[in-house]
Design a binder for this molecule. Structure first.
Ligand code: ADP
Ligand code: MG
Length: 203
């Protein structure tokens, strides 16, 4: 557990290599910026699993990661493909962006993607990846994005989703959980403090 991170799991204070931090990201631009800042920590071999309902901001965060890594082509929501490789424009790792939403099964269903072969030279970000791709690595960073409940959160009174509310900027609660040796000692809380507290850019 690194200094500054807060163990907020079921077993506070346990030191099994989990580091967790939670913060609020007020708008989509700030989510992109969080992605850019997160990218500065990332290196080839890193696996990120993004969770949160449709419209939570998983692809928005991934766009920032792509910008921060300096990869080719803007990250977008895949329409027909479930995976897209964004090669680095420099000498950094490629970004492999997977949207596993339509996949019910696990890695065997993604065999064609050869994620295991790509991982040593890439950062792999998997939306809806939890419970599906953990076997790729002994370490992973879980990123959970949630819309706080309350008025204007995109949730209709009947429990359904009010899609009209999804376009405007609204806060997201982001929880980062590092699992495994790769993330032990990484100060995830500092990352979220930056996303939350930084003043708007002048440009
Ligand atoms: N704080 C925020 N963080 C991220 N996205 C936000 C935020 N506030 C509003 N949005 C909007 O919510 C939508 C998120 O879409 P997207 O990133 O594609 O979600 P997902 O990939 O989780 O389905 C975008 O239209 C984005 O502009
Ligand atoms: Mg998405």
């Amino acid at each position: 557990m690194s200094a500054g991170t807060t163990p907020t799991g079921e077993h506070p204070g346990r030191t099994d290599g989990r580091a967790q931090a939670t913060g609020t990201v007020p708008d989509a631009d700030r989510t992109v910026r969080l992605g850019r800042e997160l990218a500065a920590l990332l290196r080839a071999g890193d696996l990120l699993l993004l969770s949160g309902e449709l419209g939570a901001g998983k692809t928005t965060l991934t766009r920032g990661i792509g910008e921060g890594l300096g990869v080719r082509s803007a990250v977008a929501s895949p329409t027909f493909v479930i995976s897209r490789v964004h090669p680095s424009l420099g000498d950094g790792p490629a970004l492999v962006h997977v949207d596993a939403y339509r996949l019910a099964g696990g890695l065997e269903e993604m065999e064609d993607l050869d994620l295991d072969l790509a991982l040593p030279e890439s950062v792999i970000v998997v939306e809806w990846g939890e419970g599906k791709v953990e076997a790729l690595s002994d370490s992973r960073l879980l990123v959970r994005l949630e819309r706080p409940t309350g008025a204007g959160d995109g949730t209709a009174g009947d429990g359904g989703t009010d899609w009209s509310a999804l376009d405007g900027d609204a806060p997201r609660v982001v929880t980062l959980t590092g699992v495994g040796p790769r993330w032990a000692g990484v100060d995830l809380a500092a990352l979220l403090a930056g996303a939350e507290g930084a003043p708007p850019r002048a440009d």
